[in-house]
Design a binder for this molecule. Structure first.
Ligand code: 8YV
Length: 324
């Protein structure tokens, strides 16, 4: 008999078929307590779980005593209680490589659109404001040859550095838990402590996962260290930034502008001051959201679950040590 699994995200037909070739699949809308209660028996016998953007905590795991592997269609796994998974010897699989280039493209889009005010001026054109030659009130600031500071030199940080260095001639500063030889050799990136990076960068680009250590890493003091002309970009996780401090820094002119793909609470509240500030480009967490990459992420997550339930954890596994 095929193992039972719960799918809590829509999949393209061919990927659903691949999943069904291996497993007995029950599709649910979400992992909310009402849903779990409604399908209590299936949850109690499921060995696998596949989807994204839902909380997986000990309350849920208690309802899933047969669970052996979870597979998230994302690189980030801050919505999983990893300690609780480890304690129950449940594998956690994720999709770290397939989205790298797409997220780096999104970050570069935020850099360009916030510096050159692309969204704002395009709206003005649509509103019929382009009546004669443009004056300084339409101007932006240059991106090329400015200094980019990258906080978090993982795969996405490297892909961003590549674009900025080779495409835009930008000197790269970076801060990370360790020195990164590849970044230093390929892009002449210079390692700095966080304060130095904040003081010297024209673009401060944040691409960190959310952990206890990174929560509110960037707050009032860090915005004060940045140049008044600095543009702040966040495409990692919203709660790494103290959003109230960010709003204040943007309103007071402590920093020049921001390009944001992530927020402390998503979707961002429609009455958030971030949405009425002209110097903010706000995106709805589209980092990896292209047809190609979302397909590749889903395919990777399907294969990850098949692998995990066969005990194969050489790649894409957050906690392979639990099998040892
Ligand atoms: C997705 C992401 O938006 O992979 C991640 O960690 O943040 C994004 O690619 C999200 O997880 C929905 O699948």
């Amino acid at each position: 008999m095929k193992p039972s699994i719960i799918l809590y995200k829509a999949l393209p037909d061919d990927l659903l078929q691949r999943l069904q070739d291996h497993f007995n699949v029950t599709r649910v809308e979400n992992l909310k307590p009402e849903t779990v209660q409604q399908h209590a028996e299936v949850f109690a016998s499921a060995q696998g779980l596949l989807g994204s953007s839902e909380t997986v905590d000990s309350a849920l795991l208690e309802k899933m005593p047969a669970l052996r592997a979870t597979s998230t269609i994302s690189v980030g796994y801050d919505n999983f209680d990893v300690d609780a998974l480890n304690a129950r010897k449940i594998l956690l699989m994720h999709t770290p490589t397939v989205l790298t280039e797409t997220v780096a493209d999104t970050m570069m889009a935020l850099v360009l659109s916030s510096a050159r005010r692309v969204v704002e001026v395009a709206e003005r054109v649509k509103a019929g404001e382009w009546k004669s030659g443009i004056g300084a009130d339409w101007f932006g600031i240059d991106v090329h040859h400015k200094t980019m500071g990258i906080i978090g030199m993982g795969r996405i940080g490297l892909a961003l550095a590549q674009r900025a260095h080779f495409g835009f001639g930008m000197p790269i500063l970076y801060n990370a838990r360790r020195h990164h030889a590849e970044a230093e050799e390929r892009f002449q990136a210079r390692y700095c402590d966080l304060d130095t990076l904040l003081k010297e960068s024209d673009f401060v680009c944040l691409v960190l996962p959310l952990t206890e250590e990174t929560h509110h890493l960037i707050g009032k003091k860090q915005f004060e260290l940045m140049k008044k002309s600095a543009i702040f970009i966040n495409a990692g996780r919203g709660p790494v930034v103290d959003e109230a401090a960010l709003i204040e820094a943007l309103q007071s002119g402590e920093i020049h502008a921001a390009g944001l793909d992530v927020f402390e609470k998503e979707p961002v509240a429609v009455d958030s001051p971030l949405l009425s500030l002209p110097n903010v480009v706000a995106l709805p967490h589209i980092g990896s959201a292209t047809h190609e990459t979302r397909y590749n992420m889903a395919a990777c997550a399907v294969d990850n679950l098949i692998d995990a339930l066969n005990g194969k954890v050489e790649k894409n596994c957050v906690n392979p040590q639990i099998l040892r």
